[in-house]
Design a protein around this ligand. Sequence first.
Ligand code: NAD
Ligand code: MG
Length: 304
Amino acid sequence: MYEPRHTHADQLFFQSPVSRYSAIEPPEQHQDEPGLDADLVPQADLGEFSYRGTGRLEGRKALVTGGDSGIGAAVAIAFAREGADVAITYLPAEEVDAQKVAQLITDCGSRAVTIPGDLTNARFCQEVVDQAAAELAGLDILVNNAGKQVISRNLEDLSDEQVEQTYQTNIIAMFRTTRAALQHLPEGSTIINTTSVEAYQPAPILLDYASTKAAINNFSKGLAQQLAPKGIRVNAVAPGPIWTPIQPSDGQPPEELPEFGKSTALGRAGQPTEVAAAFVFLASPESSFVVGETLNVNGGMPTP
Ligand code: NAD
Ligand code: MG
């Protein structure tokens, strides 16, 4: 019924960014949190049929939080195609998405580790890092990507519980997993945090979410200065509107989904695989002089 939007042209194929993907018009839809890629209409492009590795992460060992779906899944697939072994974390309800990504990782000869659990739990933040490092026999890339985004139209209706859950998931867990990772990361390692265009252009219905994204930018720039002398680089990626299961699971008003992403300069939403290459660049040694940077991947939405 709904055509998948996948491209079979790889990310290095010369093509127009306007037409690489057609502008999607997702039908109104709703999923309970956390949403599943498996139930997304239309399906998103994670690069599973297209991303071509060029050996940029040969022998590296990566942990990607929220690596089951959306941007994190596209990053996990790209990392594996670039030669890395990859551990992914996700919520237990996302097992179906996680198993698909794990299969794609092993299909390219890399090791896949799947670790379900809740990052709002402080102990899990430590355990997930230790387990990834144990099963991968080391760790030299950390991608803090898991996130919670739930709309709320009025501050009067935004509960303390939601604000705390959003902060716990998006920024407090980032302090904890990064602190735990420092016990394992050797010199040369890279840390990449997922922020958002919402850090600069906060939507009035995403006050808790957008403010965590501004905090992630600031945290990344400060930590980058702390760790640079130790040979560990920290950077961030700020996606614009990307078609992922976070959107129909209360991340946007359902009636606005058909217009999702059309306000970008390219006139369309991005696909997860279009964000993945930014993470590959920041993870690999080719970006050795890029420190404390936020790389915007947003289809042309102006940022400071
Ligand atoms: P997604 O739903 O595919 O990924 C988010 C993941 O976060 C989920 O798969 C889930 O595994 C994880 N997660 C959520 N709560 C968790 C918890 N309590 N414990 C453990 N894991 C938890 O959606 P996505 O859009 O790919 O989101 C990935 C990141 O990209 C998020 O940080 C999001 O804020 C950011 N982002 C997305 C967009 C966009 O338009 N999709 C734009 C800017 C930034
Ligand atoms: Mg998911």
